[in-house]
Design a protein around this ligand. Structure first.
Ligand SMILES: NC(=O)c1ccc[n+]([C@@H]2O[C@H](COP(=O)([O-])OP(=O)(O)OC[C@H]3O[C@@H](n4cnc5c(N)ncnc54)[C@H](O)[C@@H]3O)[C@@H](O)[C@H]2O)c1
Length: 443
C-alpha cells in the first residue's frame, strides 16, 4: 500500500455527490482514497480533473489532493488498497415509493469473500438493510465481511463544509474492528459521536430527514393560514424560532421542499412504516402539504392574471435550492409543467442548473442567460430558488423590461418594499400584510 501518511487508505464506491465529497474530505484529512464508479465517462473525466457536479469548494479540494485521490472503474483497485469500502451509490425511489436498492445490492454481490474488509454504508437505506446484507453475505459464504452503517448528513450547496464540520457522526455496527476503524477515521473532525447498533443508525438518518421535512410543511401550513388571517409568516417564524426548543432553521415558508433526499427519504420512511404494518399518519400529511404548496403558485398567478393562456411567465432559479445544480425533485419541474399545461409560455434562468434542467425539462421552456433577460416582456416573475444574485437584481431595470408587474416571491427572499418601490407588485408566501392595495397590472 502506498500512502503518504499513517492515515488508513479507504475505498469509496459511487462517486456522486456523497461519494466524491466523502472522498475529497478524507483526502483532506490525509487519507488515500480509491474512488470507484461504474460510470466510465465520469471516472475518465475525474482522472482528467473534471468535476461532474457543482458544489462550492469541491473542485479546489479534488485538485489539491489529486495525489491522494485515485479514480477507477475496477472494484479490485479499492479492495487491494483499502479495508473500509464506503458505499455511496444512489438509492432512488421506486414506483411504489420504496427505496430502490438495486445499486446497493450490485455492490454487495460484487464483494469477494474476505475476513479483512468491511462495507460502510453511506447511502440512505431503509431500516433493516444492514441486517439483510449481513444475511446475504452469510448465504454467499462471505460471512467474514464486516458491515457498518454510517449515514451521511451533508447538505448539497455546503457539502464540503458539512463533511469537515459535521453536527454529528453516527456509526452503527456490531462492535467489531470495522466500527472502531470508522470512528478513528472521523476522529480528527472532533464531532459528537453516536455509536449505536446498525438499525438505530439507519433510523437516525430517515427520522432526521422526515423531521426536517415536517418542519417545512408545518411552516408552509402556517403561511397558508397567515394568508387567510393577515399575519406575516416571516414575522411569525422569527418569533417562533427564538424559542430554543424550536430553533430558527427550516422555518422558511416557500413553495415546497424538493431535492434528491427529502421527498424520497420521507416517502421511503412512510413506505417502510407501512410495510411493517404501521400507518405513519403525520408523514402522509407532510408529503401532501408539500405537493399542494408547489401548486399554490398557480392559484396566485391566476388570481392576478386571470387565464394563463398565452401569458409569459419567468422562473427565476430552477435548482431545488441555491448553490447546487441538482434538479432532482425541484419545485420548478412541477411548476414549469403546470404552467405549460395551463397554456402559459415559460422562460427561465438559473445561474448554474440550466444544463441539468435541460435534461429534466425536455421541451417548452425558453432558457435565458440572465434574470433580466428572463424578465423581458414577462407578465409575471416567479422566484423559485433563492440564489444570492437575485437579491442584487436591478429592480428598476426589471420593471422597465417586464410587460406586467407581478412578482411572486416563492421563497420570501426579495425585499418587498424595494420591489414595490420599483413599481412592481409583490406577493410572497404567507405575507398578506405586505400586499399593495392596488391590483397587479396585467398585460
Ligand atoms: N445528495 C445528497 O445530498 C445526499 C445526502 C445524504 C445522503 N445521500 C444519500 O447518498 C446516496 C448517494 O446519493 P448521491 O446524491 O451521491 O447519488 P448520485 O446519483 O449523485 O451518485 C451515485 C453514484 O453511484 C454510481 N453507481 C451506481 N451504481 C454503482 C455501482 N454498482 N458501483 C459503483 N458505482 C455505482 C453512479 O454512477 C453515481 O455516480 C443516496 O442513498 C442518497 O440518498 C445523499
Amino acid at each position: 500500500m502506498s500512502h503518504s501518511t499513517n492515515r488508513e487508505p479507504i475505498g469509496v464506491i459511487g462517486t456522486g455527490y456523497v461519494g466524491l465529497v466523502t472522498a475529497a474530505g478524507f483526502a483532506e484529512l490525509g487519507n488515500d482514497v480509491w474512488c470507484i464508479d461504474i460510470d466510465e465517462a465520469k471516472i475518465e473525466g475525474l482522472k482528467q480533473g473534471r468535476i461532474p457536479i457543482w458544489e462550492p469548494g469541491l473542485a479546489e479540494l479534488v485538485e489539491r489532493h489529486r495525489g491522494r485521490l485515485h479514480f477507477s472503474t475496477d472494484l479490485a483497485d479499492a479492495l487491494e488498497h483499502a479495508r473500509l469500502l464506503f458505499v455511496a451509490v444512489g438509492t432512488p425511489p421506486t414506483y411504489s415509493g420504496d427505496a430502490d436498492l438495486s445499486a446497493v445490492h450490485a455492490v454487495v454481490e460484487a464483494m469477494p469473500a474476505s475476513d479483512r474488509h468491511a462495507l460502510v454504508m453511506k447511502s440512505t437505506v431503509p431500516v433493516g438493510t444492514g441486517a439483510t446484507i449481513k444475511r446475504l453475505f452469510d448465504e454467499q459464504g462471505k460471512g467474514g465481511f464486516r458491515y457498518v452503517s454510517c449515514p451521511e448528513f451533508l447538505k448539497e450547496g455546503s457539502a464540503v463544509e458539512d463533511f469537515l464540520h459535521p453536527d454529528r457522526v453516527v456509526v452503527g455496527d456490531d462492535g467489531d474492528w470495522a466500527g472502531d476503524a470508522v470512528v478513528d477515521l472521523y476522529a480528527p473532525l472532533d464531532a459528537p459521536l453516536v455509536r449505536t447498533d446498525i438499525k438505530s443508525a439507519e433510523m437516525v438518518k430517515l427520522a432526521s430527514n422526515a423531521f426536517l421535512a415536517t418542519k417545512i410543511s408545518f411552516i408552509n401550513e402556517i403561511a397558508n393560514v397567515c394568508e387567510e388571517t393577515g399575519a406575516d409568516v416571516v414575522e411569525v417564524a422569527k418569533g417562533m424560532g427564538l424559542d430554543n426548543r424550536i430553533g430558527p432553521k427550516f422555518l422558511q415558508a416557500g413553495i415546497g421542499f424538493g431535492g434528491s433526499c427529502f421527498p424520497k427519504d420521507v416517502t421511503a420512511l412512510k413506505q417502510l412504516a407501512g410495510n411493517s404494518g404501521y400507518h405513519f399518519q403525520l408523514l402522509n400529511s407532510v408529503i401532501e402539504v408539500n405537493e399542494l404548496q408547489k401548486r399554490r403558485v398557480m392559484a396566485k398567478l391566476e388570481k392576478h392574471l386571470g387565464s394563463l393562456v398565452g401569458k409569459e411567465i419567468a422562473l427565476l432559479g430552477l435548482a431545488f435550492k441555491p448553490n447546487t445544480d441538482d434538479m432532482r425533485e425541484a419545485s420548478s419541474l412541477v411548476l414549469s409543467a403546470r404552467l405549460q399545461a395551463a397554456g402559459a409560455r415559460v422562460r427561465a434562468y438559473d445561474p448554474v442548473a440550466e444544463e441539468e434542467a435541460r435534461k429534466l425539462i425536455p421541451r417548452g421552456v425558453d432558457f435565458k442567460a440572465s434574470a433580466l433577460e428572463a424578465g423581458e416582456g414577462a407578465d409575471a416573475i416567479v422566484l423559485v430558488t433563492e440564489w444570492p444574485e437575485f437579491a442584487e437584481l436591478d429592480l428598476g431595470e426589471l420593471a422597465t423590461a417586464m410587460r406586467g408587474t407581478l412578482v411572486i416571491d416563492g421563497r420570501n427572499f426579495l425585499d418587498a418594499a424595494k420591489v414595490r418601490d420599483a413599481g412592481l407588485f409583490y406577493e410572497g408566501v404567507g405575507r398578506p400584510a405586505l400586499k399593495d392595495r392596488e391590483p397587479a397590472r396585467t398585460a
